[in-house]
Design a protein around this ligand. Structure first.
Ligand code: VGL
Ligand code: ZN
Length: 207
């Protein structure tokens, strides 16, 4: 069985959001066009309490982009984003969400961030995604969404280590590119780990 995992396609990462990912909205029609290729479609949502330690404003005298330690774990500081139950945390209205069988929540514990759809950054807790995919008999996962250089990358790397045949759909994903070449480096890291980086048109050829 083949699953599409849609990572963090949420208003705050799109134009007018609080942590804008360039061209983020361009992936919405791509996702809507490809979802029929999959046996299972799931999504993740970044879902932070307002007090989350990944927000620069929740530290004294710290700015966005700085790295601090939270319980001895390095944490990049972000603007506030995807606060649970806010408009920014919702799916954009033009994303076809009817096909999404289940949503997995990440970043819900204020003390630790979660870039992967499977576990938090220290792998202390899991989101239930692996168990769900196992229960559906999924062996191949296709990861797409936001941000290519953070949550898409870490989800794909975990999927690969969990033993799934793993693909990342490049044109159905966009990155933050906080430092120049972050997206290119993320793509290289994924390829080196054995993840196949594909374009959405290739799905037409395969299935
Ligand atoms: C993300 C930074 C902070 C992501 C989430 O979805 O890639 N990036 N929170
Ligand atoms: Zn976040």
């Amino acid at each position: 069985m083949r699953a599409l995992i849609i990572i963090d396609v949420q208003n705050d990462f799109l134009t007018d959001g609080l942590l804008v990912v360039p061209e983020g909205e361009q992936i919405i029609p791509v996702l809507n066009n490809i979802n029929h290729h999959f046996d299972v479609v799931v999504a993740t949502k970044d879902w932070h309490p307002a007090t989350h330690k990944s927000f620069a404003r929740n530290h004294e005298d710290r700015e966005v982009g700085e790295i601090v330690e939270v319980n001895e774990v390095p944490q990049i500081l972000w603007p506030p984003h995807c606060v649970k139950e806010s408009h920014g945390a919702e799916f954009p209205s033009d994303l076809n969400t009817e096909v999404i069988e289940k949503v997995f929540w990440k970043g819900t514990n204020e003390d630790i961030d979660d870039y992967s759809g499977f576990y938090d950054n220290e792998k202390l807790n899991d989101t239930g995604l692996h168990d769900f995919l196992q229960s559906k008999g999924v062996t191949e996962v296709y990861v797409a969404g936001i941000a290519l250089d953070f949550c898409v990358k870490f989800t794909a790397l975990d999927a690969k280590s969990l033993g799934y045949k793993t693909f990342m759909i490049e044109d159905a994903s966009r990155g933050i590119n906080y430092r120049p070449n972050d997206v290119q480096n993320a793509i290289t890291d994924m390829k080196v780990s054995g993840i196949r980086v594909i374009k959405s048109y290739e799905l037409e050829k395969v299935f």
